[in-house]
Design a protein around this ligand. Structure first.
Ligand SMILES: Nc1nc2c(c(=O)[nH]1)N[C@H]1C(S)=C(S)[C@@H](COP(=O)(O)O)O[C@H]1N2
Ligand SMILES: [Mo]
Length: 428
């Protein structure tokens, strides 16, 4: 077994498989995961706030920015994680496999981290395509896994701290001849070392399979018959590959969140300016089952506070002063787009039922069922002058797909809370 592990490590030796590369990639990957964790937490609490929480409504693009960073950093994790796995791959075959409690902790945490990370970024990517080929709820699992991921990452960093410290700076990891300084454990295994430790390879006439039978014997046969390992990809080639792959993926998908990259958006599912009123649709009117209720000429918007209830027809809403605001839809599924909205200022509307400062709202949609039929809105959004009950978008009457007759649009909020097909607004 020991010979097998040593042979594996020897045949896997490559210039880019060294602790300096692992440290460099680890820094980038670690930062990307921490950024994703923090922006993800922000998104989580916006959607499920604790009662004491208040959120910034300015800058109006704050959520668009944090969500765009979340998705883009998550996508960058694919090449970084694969590159990192490549650079540390020989460590899978350590001898002896477990050298003590700390070493066990290190290997267990890295197992947990790698598996969680792979699942986390994969289901996150699938979510941007709204494709859920797994038997669990995306949102809850993505959230729960993020804590396992960050926890195991913290343990991993703690156990690797000496290596990270040693290889953090370039200059310290090379000796005076420009040779990479490697810890004995990280040096590629040489044939001499194997001979020293295990003894010479058996003569071809006495294949090791005769001494070791079964599957292990056959693997030895296979190793012995293999030609010596070819020189693997150079360090520079490896760095270029990972760098180009990461930059290309970010550039070719970033357009879903950052409009200036729209022209080269090849892989992301949403393009800018496509859809009714030049805006993509997330939940359709058909799926929300509002095709008849939203077109009903007798539609009214109910506004209520304690004993007071007011009903506004479409014409009533049009008779309020109309305000125009540039605000983005920033979807939690990773796309965002700016649009020009026109409609009634929410605070004007709420004044008709005597809403007081600090009072939050509950919004109800015409939608029959669905997770976003009812949403709550904190007082900070109600008080912001940019928050509108929108009747128009991009110069047109709202398309039914975008929430006709009336929808909410507020600065700094996730798309899921920009309730379409409004039916009732009540003070909580
Ligand atoms: N009633 C209702 N409103 C809703 C939704 C919904 O499912 N039901 N989806 C939200 C989501 S997830 C987003 S991203 C935005 C998208 O707005 P759009 O379809 O007009 O682009 O609408 C939001 N408003
Ligand atoms: Mo969304």
């Amino acid at each position: 077994m020991r010979r097998l592990l040593l042979e594996m490590r020897r045949s896997l030796a490559a210039p880019s498989r060294n602790p300096r590369m692992a440290t460099v990639l680890g820094r980038l990957l670690g930062s990307a995961f921490v950024i994703c964790f923090l922006t993800g937490l922000y998104s989580h609490f916006l959607q499920q706030p604790e009662p004491w929480m208040h959120f910034a409504t300015r800058p109006f693009f704050l959520y668009q920015l944090t969500q765009g960073i979340h998705i883009t950093a998550g996508i960058a994790c694919f090449p970084l994680l694969l590159g990192k796995l490549y650079s540390v791959f020989p460590n899978l075959f350590q001898t002896p496999p477990i050298r003590g409690f700390l070493h066990f902790l290190e290997r267990a945490s890295i197992t947990l981290f790698v598996s969680t990370a792979l699942i986390e970024i994969t289901i996150g990517l699938l979510d941007t395509f709204q494709w859920y080929p797994f038997p669990f709820y995306f949102k809850q699992v993505h959230y729960a896994l993020s804590f396992i991921l960050i926890g195991s990452l913290a343990i991993h960093i703690a156990t690797k701290l000496p290596v990270i410290r040693r290889y953090w700076f370039k200059k310290r990891s090379f000796d005076e001849n420009g040779e990479l300084l490697l810890d004995p454990e990280d040096r590629p295994v040489t044939s001499e070392q194997i001979v020293d430790e295990i003894g010479p390879r058996p003569e071809p006439t006495a294949p090791i399979a005769r001494r070791v039978s079964g599957v292990t014997g056959r693997i030895f046969d296979w190793i012995d018959s293999a030609p010596p390992p070819k020189p693997a990809i150079s360090r520079r080639g490896f760095v270029t590959t990972i760098g180009v792959a990461t930059a290309a993926l970010v550039a070719l998908t970033g357009g879903q969140s950052f409009a200036f990259l729209n022209g080269i958006n090849v892989f992301a599912p949403r393009k800018q300016g496509i859809g009714p009123d030049s805006l993509p649709v997330n939940r359709s009117a058909k799926a929300a089952q509002v095709l008849t209720t939203a077109m009903d000429p007798d539609w009214t918007l109910t506004v209520a506070r304690q004993g007071t209830t007011m009903e506004f027809t479409y014409a009533d809403l049009k008779a309020f002063p109309q305000h125009v605001e540039q605000l983005p839809i920033a979807c939690v599924e990773g796309w965002s787009q700016m649009a020009t909205w026109r409609g009634v200022r929410l605070s004007d509307l709420m004044a008709t039922v005597g809403r007081r400062d600090g009072e939050g709202l509950r919004l109800t949609s015409l939608e029959k069922s669905g997770a976003y039929r009812r949403t709550n809105m904190g007082a900070e959004y109600v008080q912001d002058d940019r928050t509108l009950v929108a009747l128009e978008v991009n110069g047109q009457t709202l398309d039914i797909e975008h929430g006709y007759p009336a929808r909410m649009i507020a600065p700094g909020r996730p798309g899921v809370l920009q309730t379409k097909w409004l039916s009732r607004i009540e003070v909580l």
